[in-house]
Structures are given as structure tokens and as C-alpha cells.
Design a protein around this ligand. Structure first.
Ligand code: G3P
Length: 214
């Protein structure tokens, strides 16, 4: 499973990139607003750090506007992936961009039917939002499982990019469900390293080593 970092904070990307496990980055307008910089600036800087797909989201609500924005964003770097909303216009833009071999990530996906529409129009990635489904009492992980089955049933090359990941259990379950990618915040990625028994075990090994040196 590929790991993407879901952030617009460049320092987080630099720190996590040192771990050697980042395959790409996703951003959205809320994450860019948190960074307090322009999208173009943030995306440009990320491309200098991470050699992998970097999602940048369009703001236009009309297909033609989305395509125009996409053409500007893809000029920043060849690794830029165009994030499109799961709307009729977003899906139209998805088709047009796929025809031009521009990579796309259809976002705000909450049902398997929406995922199917995006895959049919050639989306490179589809982003189901697990946490936001859980927030309203639905089972976000069930959507990942269903998308895996549907994409495999029809041999879609579109990748399941699990998004709105809030904790380590989400990551584990995404891996078990066969998500192609999990995009997660910095804190969740950092927490993947932790286990109490690792800490206790290491403390004991070091204490025993020190004893044996006396
Ligand atoms: O990038 C989109 C997604 O990961 C947002 O997550 O936590 O705002 O639902 P969240």
C-alpha cells in the first residue's frame, strides 16, 4: 500500500520524507488555507521534496474552468495530479483530462456508485472519505471494501485512495481491505511507528546491555 501525506504544511512533509515511506502528497483548499500560503507556492515547494504524485485541487465548479485550472497546475510539475470534486462537472472534467493524459484524483467520494462514475471516466485515483462517513454514523471502511470489489470486478486501473483517515486503525483496516493508497495526516503517520511493547522491550535491552558493561 502506498502512503501519501495529507497536508499543506511543508515542514511536516520534510520531516516525514526523511522516514523514506512517503510515496506522494495530497492537499485540499482547507489544508492549503491552514498553511497560509498560495496553492502554487506550496505545490511548487512540495515537488522539490517528494518525487511522487502531488494532488492539487481545483476551485472552479464548472468543467471548463476545472480544465483551465488543471492546465495551469500541471505546468508547475509533471507530478501534479488534478483533484476534482465528485460532481457532474467534475466527472466531465475528469474525462477531458484523462483524454489528455493528465492524472486526476476525484475527491469527496462517499458511495460506491460515485466511485464507479469516476473510474468509468478514467480517474487515476478516487478518494473515498472514511472519517467523514464515520462521523455521521456510517461505516467508512465498508466503502473501501466495496470499491475494491467493484474496481477488481471490472478491471479498472483507477486506484482506491483512502482519505479522511483519522487514526492508525483506519490505516490497518485500509491495508486489509486492499486500498491502493492511504493518505493521512502527519500525526497519524508518525503514530504508525509506535507500540508500547517496542518501547518497553528496547528499554530492557538497553538496561541489560548497560549492566553487562559494568
Ligand atoms: O484530503 C481530504 C481528506 O483527507 C480530508 O480529511 O479529516 O478533513 O475529513 P478530513
Amino acid at each position: 500500500m502506498k502512503f501519501f501525506l495529507d497536508t499543506g504544511i511543508v515542514d511536516e512533509i520534510k520531516r516525514a520524507n526523511e522516514w523514506g515511506i512517503i510515496d506522494g502528497v495530497t492537499t485540499n483548499p482547507s489544508l492549503i488555507a491552514k498553511a497560509g500560503r498560495t496553492q502554487a507556492d506550496v505545490i511548487k515547494e512540495i515537488t522539490r521534496i517528494v518525487d511522487g504524485p502531488i494532488s492539487a485541487e481545483v476551485i472552479s465548479t464548472k468543467a471548463s474552468g476545472m480544465v483551465d485550472e488543471a492546465l495551469v497546475l500541471t505546468k508547475i510539475h509533471e507530478n501534479v495530479v488534478i483533484k476534482l470534486p465528485m460532481t457532474v462537472d467534475g466527472i466531465i472534467a475528469c474525462k477531458q483530462l484523462s483524454k489528455q493524459n493528465i492524472k486526476t484524483n476525484v475527491t469527496l467520494v462517499f458511495s460506491v456508485n460515485q466511485a464507479l462514475l469516476a473510474a468509468k471516466n478514467g480517474a487515476t485515483y478516487v478518494s473515498p472519505f472514511i472519517g467523514r462517513l464515520d462521523d455521521i454514523g456510517h461505516d467508512g471502511m465498508q466503502l473501501i471494501r466495496e470499491m475494491r470489489v467493484v474496481f477488481d470486478n471490472y478491471g479498472f486501473a483507477t486506484e482506491v485512495l483512502a482519505a479522511s483517515i483519522r487514526n492508525c486503525v483506519h490505516v490497518r483496516e485500509c491495508a486489509l481491505a486492499g486500498a491502493d493508497v492511504a493518505t493521512m495526516p502527519y500525526d497519524v503517520m508518525r503514530a504508525l511507528f509506535n507500540h508500547t511493547l517496542t518501547d518497553i522491550g528496547l528499554e530492557k535491552f538497553l538496561a541489560d546491555y548497560n549492566k553487562s558493561q559494568r
